[in-house]
Design a protein around this ligand. Structure first.
Ligand SMILES: Nc1ncnc2c1ncn2[C@@H]1O[C@H](COP(=O)(O)OP(=O)(O)OP(=O)(O)O)[C@@H](O)[C@H]1O
Ligand SMILES: O=C(CO)[C@H](O)[C@H](O)COP(=O)(O)O
Length: 373
């Protein structure tokens, strides 16, 4: 049982130097909490961060909702978790990125010059020390930098966005780091499906948007995948040639010898396993489903890999898969299947992306309980 001591002290947080006084209101009360656990989740735009956050926060119970400040915010809060979007630390607004004297051709939000690293590091360290912060907001609706919001610490604080591991002050402060590695073809399929359906974009516009970000993505975002403790890698399936991204091969890559968690695996720890489940126990449409579990190297580091290629048709039957999975971080047999069924409506529930995001969420809980024990 986690015991929390929350001390209330009256203090004023100094107005940060980055912005004019008009956007920062001094705080009257600061909530102090015994060291929260801080987690970083890195991914490009449109790669499933919001979907992953829904799966993650649902495991800790309680309703996760937008911070109630009466205006646009990206911050999600529940009793146990706070999710902070790192886009809030953009140095310039959308116009400022497009017409910037320092950058005649404009600058993307992925470029390291576009982030207020000092403010981001200060807030991460304050929240990790259990202190409240007054933080900036990047308004994705208007593209503007909105007045600051006050955020109090919760037992778990998750920093999600493009660059959680880029600045070493932040990377060192994070207790666990995750990278959602969506390969280019899958990213295009997902972004096309969303931006065409919901934003009226054309295929050419989607391709142009992705191509336009690629140089800065490769320079400032992608290198984080070598740093991350856990990687959820999403590729096209090997079982069928499907360019729509409906059939996926997904890998859960976990570094061995991490301080607070150990990797999940199939059947026999450290073994190399290929498993095609009994079709009488697991309903799957063609081309079926194939699981693997093996040891590998990831950027020169020893890792354990769980792999799922294909998809399953009935989530309730996942209990059969769960019976063969080990060290998933669940507290009782069936909890993984229960969580998957609870989040059935979230994208990726039928393939490895939903399954491994859920196991990753259990691992974050495992780390939380190891650190706060
Ligand atoms: N596992 C998945 N399988 C299929 N589609 C997915 C999956 N995860 C996310 N998507 C789709 O990709 C798009 C982006 O998902 P989501 O909003 O979770 O990403 P995001 O990283 O939060 O996006 P943004 O950074 O643009 O806010 C959505 O259309 C979603 O349906
Ligand atoms: O990478 C992004 C989100 O993770 C966005 O592209 C970035 O925040 C800039 O936003 P906008 O699309 O409003 O210009």
């Amino acid at each position: 049982m986690l015991s929390l001591s929350v001390g209330l002290s009256v203090a004023f947080s100094p107005a940060p130097s980055v912005v004019s006084q008009s956007r920062v209101a001094p705080r009257a009360t600061v909530v102090e909490m015994v060291n929260p656990v801080v987690v970083g989740v890195a991914a490009d735009s449109g790669c499933g961060k919001s979907t992953f956050m829904r799966r993650l926060t649902s495991i800790f119970g309680g309703e996760c909702k937008l911070l109630d400040i009466g205006r646009e915010t990206n911050t999600l809060v529940s009793d146990m978790t706070t999710v902070i979007c790192l886009d809030d630390y953009h140095k310039w607004d959308r116009t400022g990125r497009k017409s910037n004297p320092e950058w005649p051709n404009g600058i993307t939000a992925l470029h390291e010059a576009c982030q207020d690293w000092d403010k981001m590091a200060a807030d991460v360290l304050d929240l990790k020390a259990g202190k409240s912060v007054s933080k900036p907001i990047y308004n994705h609706v208007t593209g503007e930098l909105d007045p600051y919001e006050d955020v109090d610490p919760t037992p778990i604080v998750i920093f999600e966005g493009l660059h959680p591991m880029y600045d070493e002050r932040v990377n060192k402060a994070l207790d666990l780091t995750v990278y959602l590695d969506i390969t280019d073809e899958v990213k295009f399929a997902w972004k096309a499906q969303r931006d065409i359906a919901e934003r009226g974009a054309t295929m050419e516009e989607v391709q142009k948007a992705i191509d336009g970000r690629k140089p800065d993505f490769a320079a400032y975002v992608e290198p984080q995948k070598a740093k991350a403790d856990i990687i959820v890698q999403v590729l096209f399936s090997d079982l069928i040639d499907d360019p729509t991204g409906k059939f996926l091969k997904v890998r859960l890559i976990t570094k061995n010898n991490l301080k607070h968690i150990s990797p999940a695996y199939l059947m026999d720890e450290g073994a190399s396993i290929t498993w095609k489940p009994n079709p009488n126990k697991l309903t799957t449409s063609a081309p079926g489903v194939l699981f693997k579990s093996y040891q590998d190297e990831w950027f020169g580091q020893s890792v354990s890999v769980l792999e799922m290629d294909g998809k399953i048709d009935s989530l309730e039957e996942l209990i059969y898969v769960e019976s063969q999975l080990c060290n998933t971080g669940t507290k009782y047999y069936g909890e993984l299947t229960e969580q998957m069924v609870n989040n059935k409506a979230s994208p990726g529930s039928e393939n490895g992306s939903g399954l491994f995001q859920t196991i990753c969420a259990f691992k974050i809980r495992e780390a939380f309980e190891a650190i706060t024990a």
